[in-house]
Design a protein around this ligand. Structure first.
Ligand code: MSP
Length: 648
């Protein structure tokens, strides 16, 4: 601690009205990634999450379940805590609004407002949306329904306490205007000013009398405190606001309060006004992120179309789910969840790009250097410089994006390094270098650079997918070398020690078969299945994933010869990259002479089941264009790319 810069980040506290879905998990995963990033870069971080347990909605749901409210929420809160554990959410504190430490402070805050003259008693007559726990005037309703969630509202008429919002409206508007970082992204700021502040803030009803599941108003116990006043206060009660020697002074004001765009009004109007009334500073940034949507609309606990994040995490790993959430919701916008999107992301980014990079590199280190990390030579070639410079620039770029809370962009930036490293393999073709003993030193340099680049990637992966770096470090043999896992180690290229053992381990993210996954998940995940069937069952069409199951590569023809007594067939040998040759029987003898084929680079299907034609083994297929009355034409590439290059 000491003189470290502090960083306080919060998530909304969730209603334990039902199990959380994959959409709600987004906020917490994003907050955790930011918190981990800040810890990695040397901040003294406090990360708070929790549950919002009072209010009419919870009381009704508990009644419907035949349980006492506390008994009802206890079960769901336990489930939520297990979910956070499974998703590696490393929070510093978890606040429940039913805890004494919270209730006693909220009661004091309410009394303070009352004594200060900010709260007065009157009668409320108007509309109430119980799922949103929000008051609405007739004018604000949308065709008679809640303008936020479009559900039915109830007319209520009861004695209530009111908070004088108008008293602070001007001060709030000025704060919003003069602190451009306060409401993020910027588009949301205008929405708040134009839709809520400019038309004039109405006084807010801050107590209810028609149910009792809440914190009683201390001086008028027939009333319970409005659940949003109760809930918003959690961000300071959890820090011990008002207590001597608490951590409140250390961490407040919050650096980032992460919320979904649907609860922006509560966090950028009510919450700052309550803080102003308490004479406390306002959070530096309230960030309203977009939603994870299903193809048919917003995912919602009460609509019953939610997807269970624990099922996804158990089946596909928590890292895969975290990666998907963080990558799929672009800065400030909505993202779409479907099993298809999810599996495709795992296959392309995690299995193909990252997983292959690690497995190819370590396979080569084992094959060519017996698993001992070679020493790089001092001379640098252009591709080495490129890779090194990109690796050194990536931490800076990733940090900039995380500071702007653009997590999807931060990951896209990191993946540029992953892809550049894969390209470095194709450019340097280690399997070709390995054929020539004179190129042994160059081969060692290439392998060394790849291993060092993977180390850079692994350090940067930590905040986003915390389980994967450990697996990579094991393969790189640096599990016990803390210094090579730290942020500072990325300031310099070449910290991996030559001479130590590296070993290929299990694949980080095995490739998944989309159709099989859809079939398997049908029982568990009706909503996920629906997202798929629309597209996959369109007649005659195949999905991108089905197409990608065909392993197409550029192959160079090494030799070709006629097959005795088979006029149409040639036996062709091709180099398909990474030191592997294949033999195929091709029906092209009437169109090409064997000698004119050698050296041609053609498109080749690598994962076709082997067959024997005229007793000759054929492992793959050369692609060719055919015409009814003309010669057949082999498909070639229009640039000189190395054998083994993927075709997609
Ligand atoms: N209890 C209040 C928050 C009080 S904070 C003082 C609440 N709870 S909630 O459980 O309904 O929602 C919690 C968070 O989940 C909100 O930020 C909301 O935006 C987010 N999400 C709910 N559905 C979501 C998606 N489909 N996608 C992304 N986030 C989603 O509101």
């Amino acid at each position: 601690m000491g003189d470290k810069k502090t960083f306080y980040i919060t998530t909304p506290i969730y209603y334990p009205s039902n199990k959380l879905h994959v959409g709600n998990s987004y906020t917490t995963v994003a907050a955790d990634a930011i918190a981990r990033f800040k810890r990695l870069t040397g901040c003294d971080v406090w990360f708070l999450t929790g549950t919002d347990e009072h209010g009419q909605k919870i009381q009704r749901q508990a009644e419907a379940a035949g349980k006492k409210p506390l008994e009802f929420v206890d079960e769901i809160v336990a489930w939520i805590k297990e979910l956070w554990e499974e998703l590696d959410i490393d929070y510093d504190d978890f606040i429940r609004t039913t805890e004494e430490r919270h209730k006693e402070k909220v009661a004091k805050i309410f009394t303070h407002f009352h004594e200060q003259g900010d709260i007065y008693k009157d009668k409320y007559e108007g509309w109430y949306c119980t799922p949103c726990e929000a008051y609405w005037t007739e004018r604000q309703l949308n065709d008679g329904n809640c303008p936020d969630c479009n559900r039915v509202v109830e007319l209520i008429a009861e004695e209530a306490y009111f908070f004088k919002m108008s008293k602070y409206a001007k001060q709030l508007e000025e704060h919003i205007e003069s602190n451009p970082d306060f409401i993020q992204p910027v588009s949301r700021k205008n929405e708040m000013i134009n839709n809520f502040i400019k038309p004039g803030l109405e006084d807010l009803c801050v107590s209810r009398t028609s149910f009792d599941w809440g914190i009683p108003v201390p001086f008028d116990p027939d009333h319970v405190i409005y659940v949003w006043l109760d809930a918003l206060s959690n961000y300071i009660t959890a820090l011990g606001f008002g207590e001597e020697d608490s951590i409140y002074e250390t961490y407040w004001p919050a650096d980032v309060q992460l919320i979904g765009k649907d609860i922006l009004r509560f966090h950028t109007i009510y919450w700052p006004i309550f803080l102003m009334a308490l004479g406390q500073p306002l959070p530096k940034t309230v960030f309203g992120h977009g939603w994870l949507m299903l193809q048919e609309g917003k995912m919602s606990k009460s609509k019953g179309n939610a997807i269970d994040p624990r099922v996804l995490a158990n089946r596909y790993s928590s890292d895969a789910l975290r990666y998907f959430l963080l990558r799929e919701i672009p800065f400030g916008q909505d993202g779409i969840f479907s099993l298809e999107n999810f599996i495709n992301r795992i296959n392309t980014d995690l299995a193909n790009d990252l997983g292959n990079l690690v497995s190819r590199t370590l396979t080569m280190a084992e094959r060519y250097f017996d698993g001992v990390l070679p020493r790089p030579s001092s001379g640098e070639q252009a591709s080495d410089t490129d890779l090194r410079e990109l690796a050194l620039a990536t931490p800076v770029a990733v940090e900039l994006y995380v500071n702007e809370l653009k997590l999807s962009d931060a990951l896209a930036e990191l993946w540029k390094l992953v892809r550049r490293s894969n390209k470095y393999i194709d450019e340097n073709m280690p399997w070709e270098l390995a054929k020539d003993p004179a190129k042994q030193i160059r081969l060692g340099t290439v392998i060394y650079n790849l291993v060092e680049s993977i180390r850079f990637i692994s350090v940067l992966l930590q905040p986003f997918v915390p389980r994967t770096p450990g697996k990579i470090w094991e393969q790189l043999g640096v599990s016990n070398n803390q210094a090579l896992q730290e942020w500072e180690s990325l300031q310099e290229w070449g910290k991996m020690q030559p001479g130590h053992a590296v070993a290929r381990g299990e694949d980080l993210f095995p490739r998944l078969n989309l159709q099989a996954e859809i079939r398997e998940m049908q029982g568990d995940q009706p909503a996920a299945k629906e997202g798929i069937s629309e597209t996959a069952e369109m007649e005659g069409l195949i999905t991108l994933d089905q197409f990608q199951q065909v392993d197409l590569r550029v192959a160079e023809i090494v030799s070709a010869e006629r097959i005795p007594k088979a006029d149409k067939l040639l036996k062709v040998e091709v180099d398909i990259g990474e030191g592997e040759n294949r033999q195929v029987v091709a029906g092209i003898a009437e169109h090409y002479k064997p000698e004119e084929l050698v050296g041609k680079k053609v498109i080749f299907v690598c994962n076709l089941k082997p067959v024997k034609l005229r007793g000759v083994l054929s492992q793959g297929m050369l692609l060719a264009a055919t015409q009814e009355d003309g010669p057949l034409a082999l498909t070639t590439v229009d640039r000189n790319v190395p054998p083994g290059s993927r075709v997609s």
